[in-house]
Design a protein around this ligand. Structure first.
Ligand code: ADP
Length: 368
């Protein structure tokens, strides 16, 4: 069996060891020779070019993704050529376009922030008035890590974006914390879910993940699972799906957005679960039986390593971390450092949450 992954980032990179263990061939269409997943890059090319992507897909059994940026016409061309694309274009559209997602969740009756499609300052002014004077505005497409998300209290606050087309306006949710429910679904319909996790964002970028989400009520856990199940089944998602959620003080659970691929909120599963999200993604897109999502320790904590303003020689910190925190599991992505860029993560597992968090933070701190 041979899986083709479009995109050579860290998610593709972390699929490689899982593929090796399962005896699955993996090929990556990467953006450059030096891509994070370079060990598996067989084609360097542009994922927006249909001819490049079709040629790459010719000798694989299934195409899957490291990111959501392959244009719909290219995805459709793959399907028309008889290639198995997982997740398929219809499902993936909901992770590509936040307005499409909001409309669909509304139809499905899935709880989400109050929202509106706004095409001009007049419509934004009306939404501001209706929802308390401060709202979040998002570009429907192309956003990532907080780019394309802006909090505004002035209807002229996104004039620079409105020229490009309608925007998504959302109520500014006063959430208690952010959660994520990770689920995997195979084409035959089987579904597997890991425990609900808490995610901590800073500046629009995921910083830390605690698994399972500490102090969760049984009701919140149940609602998160129901939401993820509904979305995965109704949208026909194949592979891993991450449902990003807000938990409010009155125990409401609202959907923020979706990712249809392994996700930062699931990196802990490499060290903290029987089946990692990367192995599960491969099993799911190949329509193989799914693995156990049981945790191997009561608690896991994951802390991202982000590039800083003056990083110097990061390689020199690795042995220091290893000596200081032998229980920390270091995962580096082989990427050049740049301020705010995700260049790795550190996971720790323990019987004690504080212990796991301390080790993971102490490990990641060597890169600051
Ligand atoms: P991206 O596509 O860049 O990841 P998101 O839509 O996930 O953008 O938003 C990034 C972060 O901004 C979220 O993780 C959350 O912290 C904050 N955010 C997004 N939408 C809202 C909202 N409606 N209310 C409050 N905070 C929000």
């Amino acid at each position: 069996m041979r899986v083709g992954v479009i995109g050579g980032g860290q998610l593709a990179r972390m699929m490689v060891p899982a593929a090796v263990e399962l005896g699955i061939d993996i090929a990556v269409l990467g953006e450059s020779e030096g891509a994070s997943a370079r060990i598996a890059v067989t084609t360097v090319g542009d994922h927006t070019d249909a001819a490049t992507v079709l040629a790459f897909a010719r000798d694989v059994d299934v195409i899957t993704f490291d990111h959501e940026h392959v244009p719909q016409p290219v995805l459709r061309a793959l399907v028309d050529a008889g290639v198995a694309v997982r997740p398929g274009p219809d499902a993936l559209l909901h992770a590509q376009d936040k307005l499409v997602l909001r409309r669909r969740l509304q139809q499905l009756g899935v709880p989400q922030p109050e929202w509106a499609e706004v095409a001009d300052t007049g419509e934004l002014a009306a939404f501001l008035e209706r929802t308390g004077g401060r709202v979040v505005v998002k570009t429907p497409r192309g956003g990532y890590d907080g780019h394309g998300v802006r909090v505004v209290s002035d209807a002229h606050g996104v004039d620079d974006w409105l020229a490009a087309g309608p925007l998504l306006a959302e109520e500014l949710v006063d959430f208690r914390r952010e959660l994520a429910q990770l689920v995997a679904r195979r084409p035959s319909g089987d579904i597997a879910m890991w425990p609900l996790v808490e995610t901590v964002q800073g500046g629009g970028v995921c910083r830390e993940v605690f698994a399972p989400a500490p102090h969760s009520t049984a009701r919140v856990e149940r609602v998160a699972r129901e939401i993820a199940h509904t979305i995965a089944a109704a949208l026909g998602v194949t592979g891993v799906l991450a449902v990003e959620l807000f938990e409010t003080d009155d125990d409401r659970v609202l959907v923020n957005e979706l990712a249809m691929r392994p996700h930062n909120s699931g990196h802990w599963t490499i060290d903290g679960a029987v089946t990692s999200q990367f192995e599960q993604h491969l099993r799911a897109v190949l329509d193989l039986p799914l693995g156990s999502t049981r945790t191997v320790a009561p608690w896991s904590a994951m802390v991202n390593v982000l590039g800083g303003p003056a990083d110097g020689d990061l390689d020199a910190r690795v042995p220091q971390l290893m000596a200081d925190q032998p229980a920390a599991k270091l995962h580096l992505y082989g990427k050049a450092t740049r301020p705010g860029r995700k260049i790795g993560h550190v996971t720790a597992t323990s019987d004690d949450l504080d212990d796991a968090v301390f080790i993971a933070r102490a490990g990641a701190a060597f890169f600051r």
